[in-house]
Design a protein around this ligand. Structure first.
Ligand code: MIG
Length: 646
């Protein structure tokens, strides 16, 4: 059952698109509304909901976040944030995915707190057996999904309410190489030819900010990418799609078309005095297009035509939380204060004040409260609609793509997101690290994101920040055999991690071939999960609800209805212990060949899985297609398949 409750006069985020008649909230029915907000140390505005958690309750959900599949025991804050350190203690990443699913034998309760402002989910943090949800706005739509016998059915109800997920073009299921640091057409050609010389497949190259002229959206740096158009078509002839980045901020520069048009039409965000709100992002001083405003959003979406006309068919929208390096206003205040410090001795107290002053310049709450958006004809303080910004940037782009290229699917991924954006784009999971715990986090985020409608998603394979190692990269590639968005991406200054740079190129090749062999299953499962509002990646507890061990497994997943995966996620191990909730048969990929392995009875078993090999486990009575060997995504879709059954 889907019940909707409205508190105050909620802002319609257009996350929920099927119509329901709102009911009156009966306090205590599912959640109770607490009078005393002090428990969370928040101010008194907004709402505080409370629910007791039973020991058996698993709390699933919250999409893109740190920690476990079971979210109990931490505080999470929905406030889209550009934070490149995804450590366990963090409360927010780039997305705001306010859906929780409380699941036990006794109940399966889905709660979607639909509001574009900040929401705190205190899940057994303040009190180990309590869920507190604090909504910082005076308005909210609370959507409750209840009465279903399984977590999967509950998710399905929710997903039906938020509408069908985005399906990218087929080639977007291939393998992508990316790096912040490809500076010229020659760099791109070198990546391509190095893959080719090493006999390694490659389907996409993502291009980062250096292709633009001084980081201005919808420009080309002609000094380093002089032949951009021919590069695009040459790469396409080679079977490689180029995917350029687009950033949220527009550079202030006289004569720059995007800036001039935005100014002329009033499309940029303003401060309280109706002056342009100047922020620093990549190009220096910038303005934020008001993506919440229908006209501004459509205008910006049309701008992508500049690149579509050059043959580009895919984009990644970055920095759209929006990330703010500084605001002009705050920066000037900081400069003034720094002047004062000059004459002072920095004792213990004012040294730390001084340090905070400078380190607090970026992504500062004061800045997020200092500009305005115009949404559906009403002006809102940005803070109150913050979580919609990336959603509407990407929505605007896709809505215009659907007009500009009605017969062609365009690839689009976004960094920031809110539920609702899943209908228009996928997401990548932001700036992770080249560490083993983030390989596991990649796995854990898949079901949480799938619950919230994000099916086309993946993390930076190999890790973005820090230096990767060959073994980590091999294990990460193995996990990615099944992940829809498979992109090797890394940060400027880190160790280069293109596969051809390592010793065991054959192993990387075998893993890519193993990926292609799974394409028929991956793609069909993906599309059918989109159409039936199902999850492609499921925690074991979704299927084996009566098995207390299965319910606690956080490093194995079901992929579709037929198979289970249990990748190796620890260093210096040649295998791992796998829990089998039921009897299954192993299918292995070794030296690019598929072999049928052992069958395993219910229980724990040690599975040997050396570097560069992968496997999955076929459930009893199920069958899946595996393609003949292919060396590109296009070939994988055309390849003959053989059915493997158990
Ligand atoms: O402040 O464009 O998440 O993928 O390589 C960093 C440079 C800006 C953040 C993105 C990352 C990208 C990087 N960007």
């Amino acid at each position: 059952m889907f019940t909707q409750y409205k508190f105050g006069t909620p802002i319609d985020t257009e996350a929920i698109i099927n119509n329901v008649t709102p009911s009156f909230f009966v306090d205590g029915e599912y959640l109770s509304l607490a009078a005393d907000h002090s428990i969370l140390g928040e101010n008194k505005d907004g709402y505080l909901f409370e629910l007791s958690l039973d020991p058996e309750d698993i709390v699933y959900g919250l999409g893109e976040n740190v920690r476990g599949i079971n979210k109990r025991g931490h505080k999470y804050i929905s406030f889209c944030s550009d934070d490149p350190s995804h450590s366990e203690d963090k409360n927010s990443l780039y997305g705001a995915h306010n859906f929780l699913l409380i699941s036990s034998k006794a109940r399966n309760l889905g709660l979607f707190f639909d509001t574009p402002s900040r929401v705190v989910f205190d899940i057994g943090f303040t009190d180990i057996d309590k869920l507190y949800v604090y909504v910082s706005s005076d308005s909210l739509t609370l959507n409750v999904f209840s009465g279903e016998p399984t977590p999967e059915e509950t998710v399905r109800q929710f997903r039906a309410a938020i509408g069908q997920s985005y399906i990218p073009p087929k080639w977007a299921f291939g393998y992508a190489q990316s790096r912040w640091g490809y500076r010229s057409s020659e760099d791109i050609r070198r990546v391509y030819s190095s893959y080719k010389e090493a006999d390694l497949p490659l389907d996409m190259i993502y291009i980062d900010i250096d292709y633009m002229e001084r980081y201005k959206d919808f420009t080309i740096n002609r000094e380093s990418f002089g032949d951009f158009e021919s590069l695009v078509s040459e790469m396409k002839d080679n079977g490689v799609h180029l995917v350029p980045i687009i950033d949220g901020g527009v550079k202030i520069e006289e004569g720059y078309e995007v800036y001039e048009e935005g100014i002329a039409n009033n499309y940029f965000c303003k401060d309280k005095d109706n002056n342009d709100f100047v922020v620093g992002v990549w190009p220096g001083d910038c303005l934020f297009p008001d993506f919440l405003n229908d006209k501004a959003r459509a205008w910006f979406g049309q701008k992508y035509k500049f690149l579509l006309d050059m043959g580009i068919e895919g984009f990644w929208n970055d920095m759209n939380e929006p990330a703010i390096f500084y605001s002009r206003k705050h920066l000037n205040e900081v400069y003034d204060k720094l002047e004062d410090y000059k004459s002072k001795e920095l004792d213990l107290n004012n040294f730390f004040d001084f340090k905070d002053l400078v380190s607090g310049i970026n992504n500062n709450d004061i800045d997020y409260k200092s500009f305005y958006n115009n949404y559906k004809g009403t002006t809102y303080n940005h803070y109150d609609v913050h979580n919609l910004y990336g959603y509407y940037m990407s929505r605007g782009a896709m809505e215009e793509f659907r007009k500009l290229t009605p017969n062609k699917d365009i690839l689009l991924i976004s960094r920031a997101s809110y539920i609702g954006m899943h209908r228009y784009a996928g997401i990548w999971q932001g700036d992770n690290n080249s560490v083993w715990s983030h390989l596991l986090m990649n796995l854990k985020m898949m079901p949480s994101l799938n619950m919230c409608g994000f099916l086309y998603t993946g993390a930076d394979l190999g890790g973005f920040n820090c230096n990767t190692t060959e073994d980590l990269l091999l294990r990460w590639t193995a996990l990615n055999q099944f992940i829809p968005l498979m992109r090797n991406h890394s940060a400027l200054g880190t160790r280069q991690q293109e596969f051809y740079r390592f010793k065991n190129i054959d192993l990387f090749r075998n893993l890519l071939i193993a990926r292609y062999r799974m394409i028929p299953y991956i793609y069909d499962t993906f599309v059918s999960c989109v159409k039936t509002n199902s999850m492609m990646f499921k925690p074991l507890g979704f299927e084996f609800m009566d098995d207390p061990i299965a319910r606690e497994i956080e490093d194995q997943l079901l992929v579709g209805n037929e198979i289970m995966i249990a990748p190796v996620v620890t260093q210096n191990t040649t295998g791992r212990v796998v829990y089998f909730p039921e009897r299954m048969k192993e299918i292995r990929f070794e030296n690019s060949a598929v072999t049928e392995g052992n069958t395993y009875e219910q229980g724990y078993h040690y599975i040997n899985l050396p570097l560069g090999t992968t496997n999955f486990f076929l459930r009893e009575g199920r069958k899946i297609p595996i393609a003949e060997e292919a060396l590109s995504i296009d070939a994988a879709f055309m390849a003959q398949t053989k059915i493997y059954e158990y």
